[in-house]
Structure formats: C-alpha cells, structure tokens
Design a protein around this ligand. Structure first.
Ligand code: SF4
Length: 568
C-alpha cells in the first residue's frame, strides 16, 4: 500500500498514513490537484495556515521508464490565487516512489514561533520521517543549503529546498530540486510554490532511499519491453528530439525567432536581431569550450537536453540553461551576452526565484525606464537585491504584475497575475488560448504546440484543448513533456507501460479521461476561488497592438475561447 506523509508544521509532527481510497491510483499533477481541490479552501490566504503544499511523484516514477521522474508540487498559488501545479526534473520523484510514498502533504504554519526558529528540514528515510531545526540554513541560498545538507547526510540524498525568496514568501519564488550532480538546478518555478513552502517554515526536504527498492511492475517482462521500445524510439528520433540532444532547449530559438514568438523588448516584438548569439548552438559551443557538458536532469532520461554552463574561468556556474530562461533574460531584455544571462540564471536559482517571472518583471522595470533595455549589469545588481531583501528586490520577486502596478507600467505581460512565458501569444495563437484558459495562469507547459498554422486564429481552441488534456495526463504520469513531442505512437507507449505496471488494461481513453479529470478538478477549484471567464483574457495590448515580424495581434475570438471547457 502506498503511503501519504502528512507534515504538520504548526506542531512539528509527521504522520504516515495509507493513501485514502479517494486518492488511490492517482499520481503527479492529478494527485496534487485532487488533494488541493479537496482539502484547501479555495478562498483561503495562499500563505496562510489553510493552504497546503502537496508534493507527488508521477504514476510511472521509480519504474525506470524513460523520462518518468518529474516531481509535481501543488498548492493554491500566491501569484494567481488559483490552483497550481508546477513540476521539475531532479532526483526526488524517483526516491519518493522507491520509498512507496505517493505524496507529501505539508500543512499548517508556525504561528507561535519567532522567525529565527521558523525553519526546519524534513528528513524522509526508509523507515522513519522527522523534522529537524534548520537555524544554520535560514537566510541561505539554495547552493549553500544543498552543499551543507549533502555534507551532513551524504552525496546520495536528494534535496528539495527554498532560497531567500521563498523564506520571504515572495510570490515569484520556486522550489529547487537537486539534479544528478546534487546541485539545486531544477526548479518547480511557476506560481510561487516556494512562497507556500516558506510560509510553512520548511526550508528543505532531504530524501534518503537507502534500503528501498525499485517499483515492481505487475508484468515485469512486458514493462521492460515497452520501456526499451520507448528508449529506442526516443534515441532514433530526429527533428525536435535531436535538436534537444545537441543544442538543449535553447536550440529552438532560430525557429521561434522566425515564427515571431521570441519575446523581445518586454513582449513588444516577437523577433530579436541578435537571436543567433543566444541560440542553443552558440550556448553549447561556449559551454563545451569551457569543459562543460550536456546531461540529463533526472535519472532515466536518454535525451539529456540539459546544458551545464561554466564561467569564463571554467568554473561551474549553473546547470540547466533553458530556453525560457535565455529568452526571458535575453531577448526580452535586449541582452545578448550569454555569460550575463547565465549569471542571472545562477543568482535566481540561488535565491530561488522563477527565471520566467523575474525575466518578465525585469522587462517591466526596463519599460518603466528605471533600468535601460540591454543593461545587464544593472539587471544583475537588481537581482542581487532579492537575497538582501531590499524593497526593490522584493518588488521583482513578487512578479511582473505587481512590479507593473508599483511602477505604473501599462505593458505587463501577465494572465491571472502570472507572467507569460517565452512563447509570444500574438504569433502562436494555440499557446495564446492556453495562456487565457489554463487554470495554471499563463503557462506554456499547460498546453503548447507549434505547426505551420500558429499565426492563423482558426481552430486554435480545439488544438489548445487537446494539448491541455494531453499535458493533464503527461504531468500525472510524471513524464517529461519533451518525451511526448518525439516518437510517433506516444500514447501507445504510455498505455503499454501503464498496462504492464498495473497488470490490467489501460487504454488511450483512460489517458484522455485522466487528462480531462485533471482539468475539471482544477477548473472547479478556480471557479470556487472566484475566477470567471473575465479572467480568461490576455492583456489588452496583445489584442490591439501588432508585433513584428509578422504584424500580428492575438485575434482568436473570445466567445470561442470561452468554449474551451465544453466537452471536458
Ligand atoms: S528531456 Fe531534458 S528536461 Fe526532459 S527529462 Fe530529459 S534532460 Fe530533463
């Protein structure tokens, strides 16, 4: 029987339960969203005692299936006020699954303890779980936290932590996860999950799976065969997967620049004149010339798209230099210096802030004129202020929408309080519909695709709906979304794996129903939190002011957008 860990941060107690029947058979996003919808009052204060932070590996985690180790983190979002699930790579999902833990539910807040005593570390082991004081870690960034905890508990443990931004409960803060090298480079970045963790006084979770065993599928032979076939298909994949393997996620920049979806100068354009300087091939060339490499962000991935980056003196700087980070801190700010972008990436990983949200907030700051576009030195200095807790640092740490309000800026790229990621919706209207309608706020991982029709408004609601349903089940299985964009017959691979895992038939219809169930659950929470169709809108300037290079506005009619949930 799988276990559910309830961590009471008001009384510093950990309780281990069997997974209740109403949550049985769920994993990843399906489980985090179901628990949040059932147990969190939708109108509660996101950083108050009634919110819960739910952490869950996907259904396929721990099985050895390729790309199956995303960790879902869910709560009511301090950024959007709606439900949130944010997932990341790293090593925690594998270890939780091996320990037979379906979810960790962190509840309550340390109301009676002074700030200095607030922070604790949760230690999860094979036969026991407990909380320890973390006074020495309070006020520290993620890299120091990781280093100290590895020193104390050994290199094998997985670490999930928050930086100073999470401690300060800033709405743009992340939850960091240690990667294959034990560094806090993988982040559940979106929606302010770090602020929820910080509000509960939980600085880190250390998972030690010594003595645990791999998840045993009911039909081991069929599972191994399906997993091998899927690995082979991924390895033989050309196109997008090959581009990921050779140039990482920033490998998409030339295409996005041509489509006009590369956010540039605070989303006022969709193409950047220096795009070739920040594209994946250029970044990987610099990285390799300094002795760095590509690696996988989690144990079972054969694609290995993550770029490790060293500074000019060949010292490790940051791992996982991703497209969204490069675009939001690069073209969006008119910065083409890869070293400067990587340094900002490192600083944000350390203090635990979302690179997408902060890149958008910095774009808004530059739009206000406080810092000039292209001024990387001032942007770096401003990011450094976050860890120091200055008012300016806390402003950008609170996200683009808050920054826009404080500075009186009109061009603020956000939906439901969350900044747009790095796919301009005026040129990709599928993702534009997703930004409007996803219960997650503007989030490309909730449903994105590119095809030759992305500029055209017709048929985009249906495409967005289908992608949102797909991401609902992909996130629940714990699969990396990139693995779903390569081999033909992806759903067939997933149904073979799930059938062999459970020892009973699992069909494509079951996958689709799982995805729909996730969306219905999340939509229900948001409706009860007070969201209406009026919130499902892009910023007005995106429907009115054309952008280069294709002179497009977002023109999918809103009466069509409003039908997205029909049939779900
Ligand atoms: S494809 Fe990239 S992001 Fe996905 S699991 Fe592999 S290394 Fe991580």
């Amino acid at each position: 029987m799988k276990k559910l860990l309830r961590v009471d941060m008001a009384n510093l107690k950990v309780n281990i339960e069997d997974v209740p029947s109403e949550y049985a058979g769920l994993g990843g996003r399906a489980l985090t969203s179901t628990i949040v919808n059932k147990e969190v009052p939708p109108t509660c204060d996101p950083i108050g005692r009634h919110n819960k932070l739910v952490i869950a590996p996907g259904l396929l985690a721990g099985t050895g299936a390729p790309c199956s180790e995303r960790l879902s983190i869910g709560a009511k979002s301090p950024l959007t006020g709606g439900i949130k699930e944010s997932n990341s790579g790293g090593t925690a999902a594998l270890k939780l699954a091996r320990l037979d833990i379906a979810a960790v539910v962190v509840e309550g807040v340390p109301e009676d303890r002074p700030d200095a005593d607030n922070f604790h570390v949760l230690k999860i082991e094979n036969d026991k779980c407990f909380l320890e004081e973390a006074r020495d870690l309070a006020g520290q960034g993620n890299y120091t936290v990781c280093e100290r905890l590895h020193k104390k508990y050994g290199e094998r443990v997985s670490i999930t932590s928050i930086g100073q931004a999470g401690e300060m409960r800033l709405a743009g803060s992340t939850v960091a996860g240690s990667d294959m090298e034990g560094m806090p480079n993988r982040h559940a970045g979106r929606g302010g999950m770090g602020a929820v963790m910080g509000s509960k006084g939980l600085k880190a979770i250390v998972i030690d799976d010594t003595g645990a065993h791999a998840v045993q599928p009911k039909d081991k032979e069929a599972f191994t065969k399906a997993a091998r076939d899927f690995v082979k298909a991924l390895r033989e994949c050309k196109g997008f997967i090959e581009q990921l393997r050779t140039c990482g996620t920033p490998g998409g920049i030339p295409n996005f620049n041509a489509f006009g979806t590369l956010p540039t100068r605070n989303f006022s354009a969709g193409c950047y004149e220096h795009a070739e300087k920040i594209q994946g091939a250029a970044i990987v060339e610099i990285a390799k010339s300094r002795g760095a490499k590509m690696h996988s962000c989690s144990p079972s991935c054969p694609i290995r798209c993550s770029v490790i980056y060293h500074d000019a003196s060949h010292k490790f700087l940051v791992g996982g230099v991703e497209y969204e980070t490069v675009a939001m801190l690069g073209s969006n700010l008119l910065i083409s210096d890869v070293d400067a972008i990587a340094l900002m990436n490192r600083l944000l990983n350390d203090c635990g802030l979302d690179t997408i949200e902060t890149g958008a907030a910095l774009g808004v700051v530059m739009e206000s004129g406080l810092i000039k576009f292209g001024d990387s030195e001032s942007a770096i200095e401003l990011i450094k202020e976050v860890a120091k807790g200055t008012i300016r640092g806390r402003m950008i740490g609170s996200g683009a929408a808050v920054t826009g309000k404080i500075l009186g800026v009109k061009r603020v790229p956000a939906v439901k309080g969350q900044s747009l990621p790095a796919h301009h919706p005026q040129s990709n209207k599928i993702v534009g519909v997703t930004y409007c309608t996803s219960p997650m706020g503007a989030d490309h991982t909730a449903g994105i695709m590119y095809d030759q029709t992305v500029h055209n408004p017709e048929g985009k609601v249906e495409k967005s709906r289908n992608m949102q349903i797909q991401m609902g089940f992909v996130d629940s299985l714990g699969m990396c979304m990139f693995s779903s964009r390569g081999p033909a017959g992806y759903n067939d691979f997933m149904t073979r794996l799930m059938t062999a895992l459970n020892g009973k038939p699992y069909t494509e219809a079951d996958l689709i129903e799982l995805g729909k169930r996730v969306l219905r659950t999340e939509h229900d929470f948001n409706k009860r939190a007070g969201f209406t169709k009026a919130h499902d809108r892009l910023p007005e300037f995106m429907t009115e002011i054309k952008i280069k290079p294709h002179d497009l506005v977002f023109d999918v009619p809103y009466d069509e957008v409003d039908k997205l949930y029909d049939g779900i």
